[in-house]
Design a protein around this ligand. Sequence first.
Ligand code: NAD
Length: 266
Amino acid sequence: MTPPNPVSNQPLAGKTALVTGSTSGIGLGIATALAQAGANLVLNGFGDIDAAIRQIEATGAKAVHHPADMTRPEEIEAMIAFANEKLGAVDILVNNAGIQHVATIDEFPVDRWDAIIAINLSSAFHTMRVALPQMRARICGRVINIASVHGLVGSAGKSAYVAAKHGILGLTKVAALETARTGVTVNAICPGFVLTPLVQKQIDDLAARDSLSPDAARAKLLGDKQPSAQFVTAQQIGDMAVFLCSDAASEMRGSALQIDGGWSAQ
Ligand code: NAD
């Protein structure tokens, strides 16, 4: 009988992963799944940084944090240089940082439009512009862009978010074509609703607007859009990211993977 292989549960051992916006929600879920698979992590984002680092270190992986603001290209460049210095060149880049604002186009604050386009879309251009040449030089790499079901369909009140998420799917396709003859792959994940602070704010706003209890507002938000009536979990998205880093996914290029409880099947 073959003895168990101690590294089989750590297919990403020795790899360096950078996840933008990984102090919370989906980004922290992805970072944790990558760490459980053996990768060392460069975390980014605001809020409770120490808790995020502790969560990654509990898996046995190394974790460092860089505070780059995803609206600032020069800080993004500094973050990639920091990753190189602290943990070695980035093998896995997850463009996840994102924000939301809900208002009709005529009432949409211009500064919120600019911030959403910068954080949810342009930041992925800036990270890839710096990281892709390094990945190509090292023969292989993985880029995973966290889009949304809103990369595929629209919702009223979410003009900037939907525009940014449709944009990131286009950017994913172009980057995948530009790396198609290399060991670097670029793909996107398109989640439906995940219960994170970004969605909790929409539930709170809905409860206030329609005088609903928190449970009723949560059920209404899901029921209007997500046929499963269940939230997708950050863990499920993390597991999908680990799959995209595997050899089995090495010929997936420019894909947009839906994980949305049936939302986009309607
Ligand atoms: P979240 O609010 O829980 O986390 C957002 C993360 O981004 C945090 O770590 C925050 O600190 C960071 N961040 C925000 N602004 C930043 C900036 N300027 N610079 C650097 N970091 C910044 O949100 P989430 O729900 O986990 O969303 C993560 C990603 O998943 C986003 O791109 C979002 O669009 C996408 N997404 C979320 C859902 C959902 O239902 N929650 C669904 C589909 C896609």
